[in-house]
Unconditional design. Structure first.
Length: 260
């Protein structure tokens, strides 16, 4: 927050001496408002995650714990940064300390907070990555060993005509990813689909793009499926986007607030 210059009354003459008034805070400037807005954006995205995810008993308890810790790790950085900024400013404004001592103590407060914030973000990133993988696996349909072989034959038949047509292949795989039968289970299996595309000579960059697109299609279909456990996992997987947005906003907020 910026401060206005000291206000005074009087002309400064002997008959009308200057009278100084206490300094008072002015309206926050644009930069202050922008930084404060980042904290609000962080909490909004975290709240959106909580409301969009399905954290009911249909989601495995270990996954619920992981995503809860990820959200808390992100939002906790806001208080860590604010408290460090207040502490550092109090040291810098302490007239009883030598200037060098003020800066030393202020710097130590900020440095400690940077370490805590970095650790929180690393924990959140790891937890989000784990949660993404676990919810994807829980969302995709499964296939029995007996049904695997005929499903593979069906998949080969359904995609054979797209040998030299990557666009048509993608469209077909996206459509098949919405199914909950054996073929849908094969397409949703990222390891199997990777090998399938490699065997067809699909270039690595194109293959990875197809994996991402087809996987997203499966998750969206699972989110509205009639299977409550698959649906819960899929909705939570989709909601992780909100946590990633919260992470980005919190990163910007803490970076600005902890500038020395």
């Amino acid at each position: 927050m910026t401060e206005t210059p000291t206000e005074f009354t009087g002309t400064g003459s002997q008959s009308d001496p200057l009278t100084f008034n206490a300094m008072r805070p002015s309206t926050p400037d644009q930069a202050d408002r922008a930084v404060a807005g980042l904290a609000s954006i962080t909490t909004t995205h975290a709240a959106n995650f909580s409301s969009s995810a399905d954290l009911s008993a249909n989601l495995p308890a270990d996954v619920r714990e992981i995503v809860s810790k990820a959200s808390s790790a992100i939002t906790s950085t806001l208080a860590t940064a604010r408290n460090a900024r207040v502490k550092a400013d109090s040291f810098r404004n302490d007239a009883t300390l030598y200037p060098e001592g003020r800066e030393l103590l202020a710097g130590e407060a900020v440095k400690a907070a940077v370490g805590q914030v970095t650790e929180s973000f690393e924990q959140a990133d790891t937890q989000i990555q784990i949660a993404s993988a676990l919810t994807y696996e829980a969302a995709r349909p499964t296939i029995s060993a007996d049904a695997a072989m005929p499903a593979r034959a069906d998949l080969q038949m359904m995609t054979a005509r797209h040998k030299n047509d990557p666009g048509g292949l993608v469209d077909t795989l996206k459509r098949l990813a919405q199914r909950s039968d054996g073929v849908g289970a094969l397409v949703a299996d990222q390891g199997y689909l990777r090998d399938f595309l490699d065997a067809r000579g699909v270039e690595p960059d194109t293959r990875d793009a197809i994996l991402t697109t087809v996987g997203a299609q499966m998750v969206q279909a699972a989110a509205v499926s009639g299977d409550p456990k698959r649906a819960a996992a899929a909705r939570t997987n989709l909601a992780l986007t909100e946590l990633r947005k919260a992470r980005i906003a919190a990163t910007s907020f803490t970076r600005h607030l902890l500038q020395r």
